[in-house]
Write a protein that binds this ligand. Structure first.
Ligand code: NAP
Length: 285
C-alpha cells in the first residue's frame, strides 16, 4: 500500500515557498505578511495558530496576531478587518474559526478584501474557482491536489467521490477535481447507499467529521483514500477513516496525523506568498 505522506509533501512545498520568499524580499524590500485574527479563546484554535505562526517563521513570512476578546462586537471585528484590508504591509488575512456564536462567518467573509483572502473562502474566490479561473484556492483541497501531483496520481478520467459538501472542504475539493478532468460524485448525510458510491470510485476523499467512520468495507483494493477528518480523542488524533483497519486493504491511504493537516498549513503559506506577489506586482492595495 502507498502511504500518502503529507509531512514529506508539505516539507517540499515549504522549501519552495522559502526560496520564493527570499526572491520576494529581494525584489520588494519587505517580507510577505499574514495577519491572523483570533476571536475569543477556543483552546484548539490556540494550538492551530501557534502551528501556523511557527510555519510562517520557518519560511520567512511575517505573521501578526490580532486578538479580539469574545465580548467584542461584530462591528469591532469588521473595523479591524477593514483596517488590515488597506494596510500595504499586510498581504494575507485569516480569521481563525470557530468564533463565538454572536460573530458571523458570512459577514467576515464579505468584509474581507478578496485579494487578501489567505484561506480562499471568500465568495468571489470560490466563484472564480467554480468558473475555472482560480485566484486563491481553499488550503485543504489545494493541498490534496498537491498530494496527487506529488505521487503522480492523475485525476484525468478518474471517478472521484467526495464525501462531505462543506464550503471549505467538500465543495471546492470536488470543483478542483472536476477542473482536473475527473468525474466527480458529491456525497453527504442524505446520500442513499454511500458505500455503493465510495466503492465505485477510483479515489475517495473523506471529509465528514466523524471519527473513524470509514472501514475497509467502503473501499476496494484499488481505492486511493484521502482522509481529511481531524479528531482529538483522549489525547490521540484520528481521522474519518479507520486507518489501522484499512491499512494494506486499499491501494493508497493518507494517515491522520501526518496527512492532509500538514498540507493545509503548507498551502496557507503558499497562498500568502501568491497574494503578496499579486498585490506588489500590480500595486493592487
Ligand atoms: P462540516 O462542515 O461539518 O461538513 C461535514 C459534511 O459531511 C457535510 O456535508 C455532511 O453532510 C457530511 N456528512 C456528515 N455525516 C455524514 C455521513 N454519515 N455520511 C455522509 N456524509 C456525511 O465539516 P468540514 O468543515 O468539511 O470538515 C470535515 C472534517 O475535516 C472535520 O473532521 C474537520 O475537522 C476536518 N478538517 C480537517 C482539515 C485539515 O486540515 N486536516 C481542514 C478542514 C477540516 P450534510 O451537508 O448533509 O450535513
Amino acid at each position: 500500500m502507498l502511504l500518502i505522506d503529507g509531512r514529506k509533501v508539505a516539507q517540499k512545498i515549504k522549501e519552495k515557498v522559502a526560496t520564493d520568499v527570499t526572491r520576494f524580499k529581494a525584489k520588494y524590500k519587505k517580507a510577505p505578511a499574514l495577519a491572523v485574527i483570533n476571536v475569543g479563546d477556543d483552546p484548539a484554535s490556540a494550538i492551530y495558530l501557534r502551528n501556523k505562526e511557527k510555519s510562517c517563521a520557518d519560511v520567512g513570512i511575517t505573521s501578526m496576531r490580532f486578538k479580539l476578546d469574545k465580548e467584542k462586537s461584530q462591528e469591532e471585528l469588521d473595523a479591524l478587518i477593514n483596517k488590515l484590508n488597506t494596510d500595504t504591509d499586510v498581504h494575507g488575512i485569516l480569521v481563525q474559526l470557530p468564533m463565538p456564536k454572536h460573530f458571523s462567518v458570512e459577514k467576515v467573509l464579505t468584509t474581507l478584501n478578496p485579494l487578501k483572502d489567505a484561506d480562499g473562502f471568500h465568495p468571489e474566490n470560490l466563484g472564480l474557482l467554480l468558473s475555472g479561473r482560480p485566484r486563491v484556492k481553499p488550503c485543504t483541497p489545494y493541498g490534496i491536489m498537491k498530494m496527487f501531483e506529488h505521487y503522480d496520481i492523475s485525476l484525468k478520467g478518474k471517478k472521484v467521490c467526495v464525501v462531505g459538501r462543506s464550503n471549505i472542504v467538500g465543495k471546492p475539493m470536488g470543483i478542483l477535481a472536476l477542473n482536473a478532468d475527473a468525474t466527480v460524485t458529491f456525497c453527504h448525510s442524505k446520500t442513499d447507499d454511500l458505500k455503493a458510491h465510495t466503492k465505485a470510485a477510483d479515489i475517495v476523499v473523506a471529509a465528514i467529521g466523524k471519527p473513524e467512520f470509514f472501514d475497509s468495507t467502503y473501499f476496494t483494493k484499488n481505492s486511493v483514500v484521502i482522509d481529511v477528518g481531524m479528531h482529538h480523542i483522549n489525547g490521540k488524533t484520528c481521522g474519518d477513516v479507520n486507518f489501522s483497519e484499512c491499512q494494506n486493504k486499499v491501494q493508497a491511504l493518507s494517515p491522520v496525523p501526518g496527512g492532509v493537516g500538514q498540507m493545509t498549513v503548507a498551502m496557507l503559506l503558499q497562498n500568502t506568498l501568491e497574494l503578496a506577489f499579486l498585490q506588489e506586482e500590480h500595486k493592487l492595495i
